[in-house]
Design a protein around this ligand. Structure first.
Ligand SMILES: CC(=O)N[C@H]1[C@@H](OP(=O)(O)OP(=O)(O)OC[C@H]2O[C@@H](n3ccc(=O)[nH]c3=O)[C@H](O)[C@@H]2O)O[C@H](CO)[C@@H](O)[C@@H]1O
Length: 357
C-alpha cells in the first residue's frame, strides 16, 4: 500500500507522523511512504533523519484576524493546493494521513475530496484549527484524549487512540540508554528541554540556577532550543559549565535515549513530550507554556500532576531558586510513574484503523 503523510511545524506534529510511518513499515515492509512538509519547517530535517523521503509544498499559517499576512497566506495556500494535487496525482496514495500543523491542511483536504482514504491524528485535548477544519472531510479522526471529542461535530468518525510515539520509548532499557551518557555516572542526570522550539522562561530560570553550578548536586543535559542557543551561550560561561559536567546543546537528537537515561525531566508540557515521559517511566517537573491555545499545556500538565506523575510550575512563578528546590525534591523523593505494561501503544491502535478498509 502507498501512504502519504503530512504533519509539520513543530516536533509535536512531526514525531507522531514518524512514529506512525515506522509502525506501518514494521507491519508492511514493502509499503511506500512519502511525507509532505514545508521547506522551512523542522520536518525537512527530522523526517530525512528518520530515513523517509519528504517533498515540500508552499503554505503559511492564517492569523485569527484580518491582515495583509492572511492575504499572502491565502495566495500561498492556493499554490500549496496545486503542489499537493501534483504530489497526490504522481504518488497515488491509498491512504493520506495528517498529524496537524497547517501543512497537513491542503494535502489531507485534497485527498479527501478525491475520495482517497484519510486519517488525521490530534495530539491535544484541545484540537488545533487545521484538524478541526479537516475533521469534516476525513474518514477517521484519531484522538489522544476523550476530552477532545466535544470539539468535533461528526462523532461517527472519532476514535480514541492515544498519542503515537516512537518504538524506542517502549523498547530501550535504562542500562542501554545510560551507556550513551557515561559522563553522568557519578551524579544524577537532569534533562532540561522546552519542547521542540525551546522555552525562554525555562532557559532564564536554568541560567539563574547555574550561576553557582559547581555546587549543584546533579548534572544537566540542557537543550535550549535552536533559536535560543546562541543567546544562551553568550550569557553563560560555557567553559565553567563544562568543567562542572553540565552539557548545553541546541537540540537533543537522541531524545529516546536521553529520556530513558535521565533521573529527572524538566520540560514544557507539550502532548508528545508528556507521552514520551510516561513511556520512559520518569517523574517530571512540568512548566507549561502559557500562551498555547486554550492553555492546553497547563491542562496536560495538571493531568500528570493529579495522577502523581509530575510537579507543575507555572511560567509566572518560575525562577532559578524555585526550579532548584523542585529539582532537589524531585530527585530525593520516591515518585510514582505510569505502569507501562498497562498501556497499549497508540501506534498499534492507529495501525488497526489503517488496516481496516
Ligand atoms: C507552543 C505550542 O503550541 N506547542 C505545541 C507543540 O509543541 P512541541 O513541538 O514542543 O511539542 P511536544 O512537546 O509535544 O513535542 C516535542 C517533540 O520534540 C522532541 N524534542 C524536543 C526537544 C529536543 O531537544 N529534542 C527533541 O527530540 C520531543 O522529544 C518531542 O517528541 O505541539 C504539541 C503537540 O501537538 C502541543 O501539545 C504543544 O503545546
Amino acid at each position: 500500500m502507498r501512504y502519504l503523510i503530512s504533519g509539520g511545524g513543530t516536533g509535536g506534529h512531526i514525531y507522531p507522523a514518524i512514529a506512525i510511518a515506522d509502525r506501518i513499515v514494521e507491519a508492511e515492509p514493502d509499503a511506500s511512504i512519502l511525507f509532505v512538509g514545508t521547506q522551512k519547517g523542522l520536518e525537512m530535517e527530522l523526517v530525512t533523519a528518520a530515513g523517509y523521503e519528504i517533498k515540500p509544498i508552499t503554505v503559511s499559517y492564517l492569523k485569527r484576524k484580518l491582515s495583509l499576512h492572511n492575504v499572502k497566506s491565502l495566495g500561498m495556500l492556493l499554490k500549496g493546493l496545486t503542489e499537493a494535487g501534483k504530489i497526490i496525482r504522481q504518488f497515488k496514495p491509498d491512504w493520506v494521513i495528517g498529524t496537524g500543523g497547517y501543512v497537513s491542511g491542503p494535502v489531507v483536504y485534497l485527498a479527501a475530496k478525491k475520495g482517497i482514504k484519510t486519517l488525521i491524528h490530534e495530539q491535544n485535548a484541545f484540537p488545533g484549527l487545521t484538524n478541526r477544519i479537516l475533521s469534516k472531510h476525513v474518514d477517521v479522526v484519531a484522538l489522544s484524549f476523550e476530552e477532545a471529542a466535544c470539539h468535533f461535530r461528526k462523532k461517527d468518525r472519532l476514535v480514541v487512540t492515544g498519542n503515537p510515539i516512537r518504538k524506542e520509548y517502549y523498547q530501550l532499557t535504562v542500562d542501554e540508554a545510560r551507556k550513551s551518557f557515561p559522563e553522568y555516572d557519578e551524579k544524577k542526570m537532569v534533562l532540561i528541554a522546552g519542547g521542540s522550539g525551546g522555552s525562554s522562561s525555562i532557559n532564564t530560570a536554568v541560567h539563574e540556577m547555574i550561576k553557582h553550578s559547581e555546587e549543584l548536586p546533579f548534572k544537566l543535559l540542557w537543550a535550549t532550543g535552536k533559536n535560543h542557543y546562541n543567546q544562551m551561550k553568550n550569557i553563560i560561561d560555557e567553559q565553567k559549565l563544562k568543567q562542572c559536567g553540565h552539557q548545553i546543546v541546541p537540540y537533543i537528537h537522541r531524545m529516546p535515549y536521553a529520556l530513558k537515561a535521565c533521573d529527572l525531566v524538566v520540560c514544557s508540557a507539550g502532548a508528545i513530550t508528556i507521552a514520551e515521559i510516561q513511556a520512559s517511566e520518569k517523574y517530571a517537573i512540568l512548566i507549561p507554556k502559557a500562551y498555547t491555545a486554550d492553555n492546553h499545556q497547563e491542562k496536560n500538565a495538571r493531568m500528570m500532576e493529579s495522577c502523581g506523575f509530575a510537579t507543575v510550575i507555572r511560567e509566572e512563578e518560575l525562577n532559578g531558586a524555585l526550579l532548584y528546590q523542585q529539582i532537589l525534591n524531585g530527585l530525593l523523593e520516591e515518585h510514582q510513574v505510569l505502569e507501562l505494561t498497562k498501556v497499549r501503544p497508540a501506534v498499534d491502535r492507529i495501525w488497526a484503523h489503517l488496516r481496516q478498509d
